[in-house]
Design a protein. Structure first.
Ligand code: ZN
Length: 271
């Protein structure tokens, strides 16, 4: 099941030495750990910091820095502005995560906050994992076109909530396509057409469509909105798991019925 707490935690600024274990994209086990030996950081130059600040200019940088929130923009703003107090070196970092189960490696990049007087309490905010980490296990029963959009959404989650939400909307579109609901004029109507067959899922997909619309047109979705959306989407994808497994289950259930069904006794009517 989707672990919202874990990912909310990963999207925050985190101490390097106590970084949580993550799911490995290769073997799927929860054994992907930050290899602190591989951590390398370089101080952001004045120019690089300005470039970051330019990137966030439209997002009211200073406002964000003063609010308690963990969205990427706000965190980046916090890292950059904290440096003004000369307490920290705002840096960019690269580091590897290594899987304790299959030994595969995942690279990561992002922002680091390194105190000037004590480098043992370094904090990092990962902006990107390569290859991307699945925020929930992607099943083989889900059509590839949907999994690809989801992976792309996961990939953007740590650095750009709007792009991530936009990919999520595309995953909803692909889902309609894969189920054959493409006859209507727009996504809203295609999902409505699905309601006869999948009433609950259709209602849930309408909520995800609204998140996707907001991400595409208004830039106002948060990491928390995305995490809630993933939680819903994972369960909607049960449609494909059920479709895949139902013929087999039907066969087995009928076999059990044939084996154990007792013939009904004839009722004898006595005078
Ligand atoms: Zn692994």
């Amino acid at each position: 099941m989707f672990n919202k707490q874990l990912w909310a935690n990963v999207s925050k600024l985190h101490f390097l030495e106590s970084y949580p274990a993550l799911p490995c994209p290769y073997c799927k086990s929860m054994n992907l750990k930050l290899d602190t030996e591989s951590f390398t950081a370089r101080k952001l130059s004045w120019q690089a910091r300005r470039a970051y600040q330019e990137q966030f200019k439209d997002n009211e940088l200073m406002d964000f820095a003063n609010k308690e929130d963990n969205s990427f923009f706000k965190l980046a703003a916090l890292v950059l502005t904290a440096a003004d107090g000369a307490m920290y070196q705002p840096s960019q970092f690269i580091a590897f995560f290594k899987c304790g189960m299959c030994n595969e490696n995942v690279s990561s990049t992002g922002l680091a906050k390194i105190p000037n007087n004590d480098t043992s309490v370094r904090q990092i905010k990962v902006e990107s994992f390569n290859p991307p980490l699945p925020l929930f296990p992607l099943s083989d029963t889900t059509p590839t076109s949907i999994n690809e959009e989801l992976l792309s959404s996961f990939n953007h989650f740590f650095s750009d909530t709007c792009s991530s939400g936009n990919r999520l909307r595309r995953a909803v579109e692909k889902l309609c396509l894969e189920l054959g609901y493409t006859q209507e004029r727009n996504l809203y109507q295609n999902i409505e057409a699905m309601a006869d067959e999948f009433p609950l899922e259709a209602r849930w997909l309408q909520s995800l469509r609204l998140v996707g619309n907001e991400a595409t047109h208004a830039d106002k979705i948060t990491e928390d909105d995305l995490l809630d959306s993933y939680k819903v989407f994972e369960v909607v994808l049960d449609i494909f798991r059920r479709k895949h497994i139902e013929p087999e289950i039907e066969k087995v259930a009928l076999q059990l019925q044939d084996k154990f069904k007792k013939p009904h006794k004839q009722l004898s009517l006595k005078p």
